[in-house]
Design a binder for this molecule. Structure first.
Ligand SMILES: [Zn+2]
Length: 455
């Protein structure tokens, strides 16, 4: 297996869910809206919206607050104040009563694939790459984006299109322009890997142009050119695949086969950083992680085994860890059934690595690899696993708000509920600080002052 995706898919469940969400559009909250024919374009925008929250986790104050009004004007949070009596509200303000709910900042998933619909087996993956056009996949991706928003993820970092070119850039723009609904996006476009390391692989050699899930680059010069191409076409992040060929040793270390030489990897990181673009690196085993950390990438994705010295270096260099625990457990059985038992063996090692990273003080950002499993599965199932392996619910929520916003460089815009930031707010019945699985029950979603889902 050369990579996360080299793997097998199972049942590519492209379940077309329609009507998952009802967007309540207010023209004032739609920046750069390019579509004239919005259903409620004629609807008059209220001067302000009051969200009355029974409990508020604002990620600003230590303790959750009770009975708070969030005053929203346009795209932004204007005020956070004690719940006012209705007669204190301006006449033209709209009240949304969430007094039986907990409000918190819109969640951030820093590792998604909107252009994928699950790839438990190699067959699942190859079907999408070989049988579906980029146009078709982009249409399906609009559904993934809608689902992400409905689960409460108001911002995502989409970590490569898996063979669908630059369709993530188009999806991001279509969402920004109000053409389709979805989270704020940071995108990585095509990702990079070396010749012969990334699927589709193993088909007839005399057909030279089988499509790949990445942009293949070799040599420091070739890889610099690839980084420049991707940035020129809209990549916010550069994604690299640093290892494949996993094997668990007798003492519980995940051995791997590195992809890039250090010369190539240094060139990629240097070129991306010179152009002010961060680098995310898929690295599952000891060598891939070590190479990434040594080269100074910005985030290590998956990291099923990380050596103690590399955890220390991650702390020193401020490199983030995006563990994606849920997808590892989700695909393990299917891949083991298809012959790759290593995926089952790695689950416990992954949990142990997570604990060691937490204890070492590594910055851990929430990420799920959604798209690596079907989008019909709520990615919030990552939260209970983070708690199982040592985080408090409060820490797990912070990883998906404040820490994730910092990783994305969006800490001035999202991640907390405070005046001046985007009104990206979700709410749910229950108290996620005592039961973190409540985060799977988000029933109110506001992004940029626009309500997309209501209880
Ligand atoms: Zn991924």
């Amino acid at each position: 297996m050369s990579s996360w995706r080299t793997m097998w898919l199972a049942v590519a469940a492209v379940v077309v869910l329609s009507g998952m969400m009802t967007a309540e559009r207010r023209p004032a909250g739609q920046p750069r809206a390019a579509v004239p024919a919005q259903a409620s374009a004629a609807q008059k925008a209220p001067a302000s919206i009051y969200l009355r929250c029974g409990m508020l986790i604002d990620e600003k104050t230590e303790q959750p607050r009770r009975n708070v009004d969030l005053v929203i004007e346009g795209e932004n949070i204007k005020q956070v104040q004690a719940a006012s009596y209705d007669q204190m509200m301006p006449k033209d303000a709209v009240l949304i009563d969430l007094s039986h709910e907990t409000c918190l900042p819109g969640l951030i998933d820093t590792h998604t694939h909107t252009l994928l619909t699950g790839d438990v087996t190699e067959e699942d993956y190859n079907k999408q790459i070989l049988q579906e056009s980029d146009a078709y996949r982009a249409i399906v991706a609009t559904q993934a984006a809608r689902l992400a928003l409905s689960y409460g993820f108001t911002t995502i970092r989409d970590l490569e299109t898996e063979g669908a070119g630059y369709a993530d850039v188009d999806l991001k723009h279509a969402i920004e322009r109000g053409i389709t609904e979805g989270p704020r996006m940071r995108v990585a476009t095509r990702a990079l890997d070396v010749t012969g390391a990334y699927p589709v692989l193993g088909f007839r050699w005399d057909w030279p142009d089988w499509p790949h899930g990445v942009q293949v680059c070799d040599g420091p010069v070739g890889c610099r050119i690839a980084v420049r191409e991707q940035i020129s076409k809209g990549a916010d992040w550069i994604k690299t695949y640093l290892d494949g060929g996993y094997r668990v040793t007798a003492n519980g270390v995940v051995e791997d086969r590195p992809t890039f030489t250090m010369e190539e990897l240094n060139a990629i990181v240097d070129e991306a950083h010179r152009e002010n673009h961060p680098v995310a690196s898929h690295a599952i085993g000891i060598n891939g992680v070590h190479n990434g950390v040594t080269a100074g990438v910005n985030s290590i994705e998956h990291g099923m085994y990380i050596a103690p010295d590399d955890l220390k270096m991650m702390v020193q260099k401020g490199i983030y860890y995006v563990p994606t625990l849920f997808v590892g457990e989700y695909v393990a059985q299917g891949r083991a059934a298809a012959g790759a038992k290593v995926w089952e063996q790695m689950v416990a090692i992954h949990g142990d690595t997570f604990k060691r990273a937490l204890n070492a003080g590594v910055k851990i950002a929430f990420g799920t690899d959604a798209g690596g499993f079907a989008w019909t599965v709520n990615p919030a199932q990552e939260f209970p696993l983070m708690v199982k392996y040592g985080m408090t619910p409060a820490q797990a929520i912070r990883s998906a708000t404040v820490t994730a916003a910092e990783l994305l460089g969006l800490q001035d815009e999202v991640g907390t509920i405070e005046p001046g930031k985007y009104a990206d707010i979700v709410a749910l019945p229950g108290d996620p600080l005592s039961d973190v699985t409540d985060l799977e029950k988000v029933n109110f979603v506001m992004k940029g002052g626009v309500v997309y889902k209501k209880p």
